[in-house]
Design a protein around this ligand. Structure first.
Ligand code: ATP
Length: 344
């Protein structure tokens, strides 16, 4: 018995203690480093330590997208839901703060995965983007729409660093993207497809998709990408002779093979028939979950945008004119006027 008490004393000396201190107002308050007295408090202390361990384990988590917050070295942290009695969370918060300080954690507000902030892009006298701001949260499917010449593709070209804006900022995962070279964008986890399909002519389907995997190695293999988009059996075909819809799938597989975090899709429904558009809608929804993706979609096919996007940003003549859920933007008079030339 005496042995056991000594052993537990040694254990207690090593562990952070959490007991209860009676406040001036008589209420009990959890406090770190107060002695644990009695079995109940020992149990509470053990619960704290389990939670401490859980917080430590959480440090290896990334992209907890259900909460929009992430835990990881130097990243956003949060106190997980607690299954403990009400007096303890305050002490746990203190414990978490100490732990995060010790491990150089910073508690920051959650940031969108992509932020386009007051971006202007001019081509001579044409202002393709005029002080445009929008964001995309991790895990979202977001639509970027607008009539012809609104600036949508220019926005994609700015995000992927093909164009340098005249003013404004673009941040990815909270960090400046404009400081990244165009060739580095894909390594940061941003992949794209093009309005007019940009494949390597003369190469096979497999070789085209391997280019994506070569650009960035991640969780997903070339085979994953090929089979996921349904072109595994075409791997040895040259891309040149394939139908346009199949070439679009090759582009999508190439983008997937780079294991991106954010995928920019420029008019993926262009040239597809009604049935293919419906298949595409299902594919995009599954992609988000199966590949842990965030999608930004430029599209003229309103049926597709309205069925898959959770939020929509609307551009017109280089300016952002609306933002909201698909239902909100569809009912927005400025959007109706931009598309139909007349207010509702
Ligand atoms: P669409 O739906 O027709 O593809 P969009 O919304 O993608 O149009 P952008 O292609 O971004 O529009 O073009 C926006 C404006 O910028 C247009 O007036 C276009 O002519 C102009 N523009 C885009 N790229 C260039 C360029 N490289 N040089 C000159 N003007 C350009």
């Amino acid at each position: 018995m005496a042995e056991r008490r000594h052993a537990s004393d040694r254990e207690s000396a090593r562990r952070p203690h959490l007991g209860r201190r009676r406040r001036a107002d008589g209420a009990e308050q959890g406090c770190v480093d107060a002695p644990i007295a009695g079995t109940q408090d020992e149990e509470r202390g053990a619960a704290i330590l389990r939670e401490h361990q859980r917080l430590h384990d959480l440090s290896h988590f990334d992209a907890d997208r259900s909460r929009g917050l992430r835990c990881g070295p130097g990243r956003v942290g949060e106190l997980p839901d607690l299954d403990l009695e009400p007096a303890l969370p305050q002490a746990l918060l203190h414990l978490q703060r100490c732990w995060m300080q010790r491990h150089s954690f910073k508690v920051l507000p959650a940031v969108p995965l992509l932020e386009v902030d007051s971006v202007t892009k001019r081509f001579g006298g044409i202002v393709a983007l005029d002080d445009v701001s929008f964001d995309v949260e991790a895990g979202e499917i977001v639509g970027l729409i607008g009539p012809n010449g609104a600036g949508k593709t220019t926005a994609f070209n700015v995000i992927t660093r093909l164009y340098t804006p005249d003013a404004g900022h673009v941040r990815f995962d909270g960090k400046d993207l404009l400081a990244t070279r165009p060739s580095g964008v894909i390594r940061r986890g941003i992949a794209r497809t093009f309005q007019n399909v940009e494949l390597f002519r003369g190469l096979t389907v497999l070789e085209n998709v391997q280019v994506g995997a070569h650009a960035r190695t991640g969780d997903h293999t070339v085979d994953d990408a090929l089979f996921y988009v349904g072109i595994g059996s075409l791997r040895h075909f040259q891309v040149d002779g394939l139908p346009f819809g199949t070439q679009k799938r090759v582009e999508l597989a190439r983008a997937l093979a780079s294991s991106p975090r954010l995928m920019l899709l420029d008019e993926p429904a262009g040239g597809l028939n009604h049935e293919e558009v419906q298949d595409l809608a299902g594919l995009l929804r599954r992609l988000r979950g199966d590949f842990d993706l965030t999608l930004l979609l430029v599209e003229h096919h309103m049926g597709l945008v309205m069925s898959v996007a959770e939020r929509v940003h609307v551009l017109d003549f280089g300016r952002k004119i609306a933002e909201g859920t698909p239902a909100e933007v569809q009912a927005n008079p400025a959007v109706i006027e931009a598309y139909l030339g007349t207010a509702a």
